[in-house]
Design a protein around this ligand. Sequence first.
Ligand SMILES: Cc1cc2nc3c(=O)[nH]c(=O)nc-3n(C[C@H](O)[C@H](O)[C@H](O)COP(=O)(O)OP(=O)(O)OC[C@H]3O[C@@H](n4cnc5c(N)ncnc54)[C@H](O)[C@@H]3O)c2cc1C
Length: 540
Amino acid sequence: MASNLLEFEVLIIGSGAAGLSLALRMPDSVRCGLVSKRELSEGNTLYAQGGISAVLDSADSLESHVADTIEAGAGICVESVVRQVVERGPDNIRWLHHEGVAFTQTPATGDSEFHLTREGGHSHRRVVHAADATGKELETTLVERVRQRPNLTLLENHIAVDLIKRRQEGAAKQCVGAYLLDLQSERVVSVAAPCVVIATGGAAKVYLYTSNPDVATGDGIAMAWRAGCRVANMEFIQFHPTCLYHPKAKSFLVSEAVRGEGGRLLLPDGTRFMPGFDERAELAPRDVVARAIDHEMKRLGSDCVYLDISHRPAHFIEEHFPTILARCLELGFDMRKEPLPVVPAAHYTCGGIVVDSHGETDICGLFAIGEASYTGLHGANRMASNSLLECLVYGELAVERILTRLDRDIAPSSVPKWDESRVTDSDEEVVVSHNWDELRRFMWDYVGIVRSNKRLARARRRIDLLRIEIAEYYGNFRVGNDLLELRNLVDVADLIVQSALRRRESRGLHYTIDFPEMDPNQSQPTLLIPDNYVRRPKTR
Ligand SMILES: Cc1cc2nc3c(=O)[nH]c(=O)nc-3n(C[C@H](O)[C@H](O)[C@H](O)COP(=O)(O)OP(=O)(O)OC[C@H]3O[C@@H](n4cnc5c(N)ncnc54)[C@H](O)[C@@H]3O)c2cc1C
């Protein structure tokens, strides 16, 4: 990086399904910067296994996809949004195929040109996939494509620090760029851009156990909130019931298919417990199984429970679960002979930055797409394989709006330089790592799968203390990756706790023992409004 000041027409922060698809849909004439915190491919998209939902067989229908999504969302999806996303699904899959993403095609399902699988909540086969590694195929193909595009400047190993905005007297706020920390040179770069897109993914790293990679620290959500954007539905965090419990396998999922093929969940003493919670036992929906495991772990004070499929023949396990078996063997567990230790893990952030029909936030020129955003699609529970679809559709919609903005010939703004004149290097990195661990542990214990007012209040007090410590640290020391992520995680933790405290019922993924029933009078999203919020004029 030669200069401390860069200029683009569009700055895209994040290179998962959302950021990459948006970047590739930009015309060659538009100069864009594409930023990622690590190498381009690292993010949730790379690890997606199942696939992408879209109506591609004439035996299926758009109406049915809409109805299934709304049903999964427990009464608070925005129907117009669901319709818009579902309707654009088939063309987006064809676009990906055209870009070179090799979906599994045989045996084709009905009259679709692709093989379609069926997942929880879907009443038809409608999930396109690339074997059991859809995210890897999508991510690596699109990364290859962006590397060929001359209008894209790729900024890997750069972490966005904060947005730069401007407000003229009486006018709405305008985003004019962002500060990025170059993790190699350790210098902060100012970037000027009339359009900035947050595509930074989810925030599941705020929990001790998560299926998400390390980059999922909710940076975009925290930056947008600090800049004055509203945030919605942060209480709805989806937990996957079975992640391998092993210090080295931080985020390895043991697929639901293991339970589907007869895997039983056991307590440490070998007792099977799911039949006592639900008549469908291990085949109950994800959130029911996750809640039961959480209940038993808390009741017994145990670190994990066990998933046992060793009663099935070894050759069956070898044929059906080659990837899981291989990874577990590497870590010293032989699932053909013994139960696997598992814990539930934070998996998907349903809420996020509030956006309009084209992904624009409350700040003019600032967009949010993908898992970082709240569009209204998922409501209180995400239906499997709808999230990658949302990334693609909102990438496309945001491009439409951005191009109209750029047409208006916005004059480039000068952006202030990053001021480091009053800070020094920290000699107490231990404070940051200690606070990271503490935050993720109490979020797991107090704001996890089963909540109560008392636990949420406890978490809130701890968050307030951490916030003071971090503000002090941030004001005095040179910024680094861990400090920036911690600051963002604390902001996101606060948003989750505030949202959970406001929802005085149990709905979808939010379950509290103080209000265990759903309340029809609370069928609205939870909207948090920052103190510095300024209403944006409606876009025609
Ligand atoms: C194990 C697993 C399996 C899944 N399976 C499926 C599935 O089968 N189907 C489905 O639809 N969904 C699935 N999901 C969910 C889906 O993968 C995600 O919702 C989706 O990939 C999110 O894409 P994204 O582009 O919004 O973010 P990501 O793919 O997470 O990308 C985020 C990007 O932002 C960058 N970034 C973050 N913060 C900063 C910062 N401060 N500065 C610069 N860059 C930053 C990261 O480096 C990364 O490039 C799964 C998720 C997981 C974890």
